[in-house]
Design a protein around this ligand. Structure first.
Ligand code: BES
Ligand code: MN
Ligand code: MN
Length: 465
């Protein structure tokens, strides 16, 4: 693999240009207005896998956006790595908050990325990170250095909860058979403090509709006498957490497995600079569950957050109105052993119970997913840690990720394999936000690191089997 150590530097221009072409196609999976663009992106991913030298490169249509599959099987007796990633992106809105066009990538220097970062929607989440794998495998195939088998499954619906991927993996168990799943769709602490996520949170995402009177009313004529659904919804949201920011939904914590003091101590070793954190967000103070540090609140503890709330008059000026309806979208991040179906049910019962008789409440579940953990003694984790140590010159720190990739727990259930979360983004890369970016250094470093994962994983696999 040493032969490839200068590969990403030597091919820098081309590696950037090819990624830029992918970033220029606005593959927004949430908005059907972009369906053609999403299909074009899938086609571009397919072509890049063909160019990389993969076999059986196939587009699998689904009820939604297509899944791109590819493989390079060199020897059935060797282990197989399945690379998972997504080519879809979040909407670019609010577009006016971007400093440059979201789908016209440009390189600009930032404090965290003095060598420059690629600014574009999907640069980090996940086109840039996914594409590192395509190029790293291409380099290995072309130089006859691929030490094991590889399969790719790149989907186009991750950002909308992967609604069609579950049936695909259930039906395609044989095609997707693998020994380890490799994913770059998470972040590191810092370029000088490499880390690997050892877990992901689960998710329950619900929408609430509160109905009061059958029509919008005059807020003077009726105000004070008829329940205002927005006021009621706010009361219900407030009542869902106590003064210690403990979630009050009955049964919510019942299945949470508390971490042992040793586990907490191990995770606490990951460096975390609270002052820099507050400064980067322009906040005077943080807030969260009593008894837990910020770095625990955003990883090993469950949450309750309103993601959006609306109703009534929000146009220019003022209109005196007592609205008929109020709405909120609420996410609950979940931790190991919490079941998102159960939590969605507990939430629904809770909201129905606490709603006053003066309103009607309707809860609509959106998507969800189970939490996931990989032990640091797993050979997949060890291979990733060795690869990162090799190219970063430092042992990576294990940390739990706060985000969710719902399909990862399903991979474990359906394909019986563990996923390694070898992400190269930074939390400050603004994924899902305006001005998303991905460090040029991170992109090239990822391409340099990935081949070592294959090398070390194959070695550890042979030792174990
Ligand atoms: N790549 C992210 C997940 C992520 C980001 C995990 C950073 C850990 C660290 C993924 O694309 C994502 O955004 N997932 C969604 C869930 C999905 C169901 C919409 C999320 O976490 O909100
Ligand atoms: Mn992602
Ligand atoms: Mn995302």
């Amino acid at each position: 693999m040493e032969q490839l150590s200068n590969y990403s530097q030597e091919h820098k221009e081309q590696l950037l240009n090819e990624l830029f072409d992918l970033l220029r196609i606005p593959s927004v999976s949430a908005d059907s207005a972009f369906n053609q663009e999403v299909a074009k992106t899938a086609e571009a991913v397919k072509q890049s896998l063909e160019k990389a030298g993969c076999d059986n490169v196939t587009m699998y249509p689904t009820a939604g956006h297509p899944i791109v599959y590819a493989e390079k099987i060199i020897d059935e007796s060797l282990p197989t790595v399945l690379v998972y990633g997504h080519y879809d992106v979040q909407p670019a809105d609010p577009v006016e908050l971007w400093d440059t066009e979201p789908f016209e990538p440009v390189i600009k220097k930032t404090e965290k990325h003095p060598d420059g970062a690629i600014f574009a929607r999907g640069a980090c989440d996940d086109k840039g990170q996914m594409f590192m794998h395509v190029k790293a495998v291409e380099a290995m195939i072309q130089n006859d250095l691929l030490p094991c088998n590889v399969k790719f499954m790149i989907e186009g619906e991750e950002e909308v909860g992967s609604p069609n991927l579950e049936i695909f993996i259930k039906e395609q168990g044989e095609l997707l058979k693998n020994d380890i799943i490799l994913i770059s769709d998470t972040s590191m602490i810092d370029n000088s403090i490499p880390s690997i996520d050892t877990g992901l949170r689960g998710l329950s995402y619900v929408e609430v509709e509160v109905t009061g009177p059958n029509i919008d009313l005059h807020s003077g004529v009726y105000g004070g006498a008829v329940a205002n659904p927005i006021n009621v919804l706010c009361d219900m949201i407030s009542a869902s957490m106590d003064e210690n920011k403990h979630i009050t939904i009955p049964g919510f914590y019942d299945k949470v497995i508390p971490l042992t003091e040793d586990e907490r101590a191990e995770l606490a070793e990951a460096p975390f600079d609270l002052d820099a954190y507050k400064k980067s967000l322009d906040i005077e103070d943080v807030q969260g569950e009593k008894g837990y540090a910020t770095s625990e609140r955003n990883s090993i503890r469950p949450t309750f957050d309103v993601n959006g709330i609306w109703g009534g008059y929000i146009g220019e000026g003022s209109k005196t109105v007592l609205p008929s309806k109020a709405y909120a979208k609420i996410s609950m991040r979940l931790v190991p052993n919490q079941d998102w179906h159960e939590i969605t049910e507990l939430f629904t019962k809770h909201f129905e119970n606490i709603a006053p008789k003066s309103v009607k409440v309707k809860v609509t579940p959106h998507h969800g997913g189970m939490p996931y953990v990989i032990p640091t003694k797993h050979i997949g984790y060890k291979a990733a840690a060795a690869a990162i140590e090799k190219t970063f010159g430092k042992k990576p720190v294990p940390q739990r990720g706060g985000g969710s990739i719902p399909i990862v727990a399903l991979f474990e259930k359906e394909l019986k394999s563990k996923s390694v979360l070898m992400g190269f983004g930074l939390d400050s890369d603004a994924i899902h936000s305006p001005n998303e970016h991905y460090g040029v250094w991170n992109y090239l470093k990822g391409i340099e690191t990935i081949p070592y994962f294959y090398k070390y994983y194959t070695e550890l696999y042979k030792e174990e089997n």
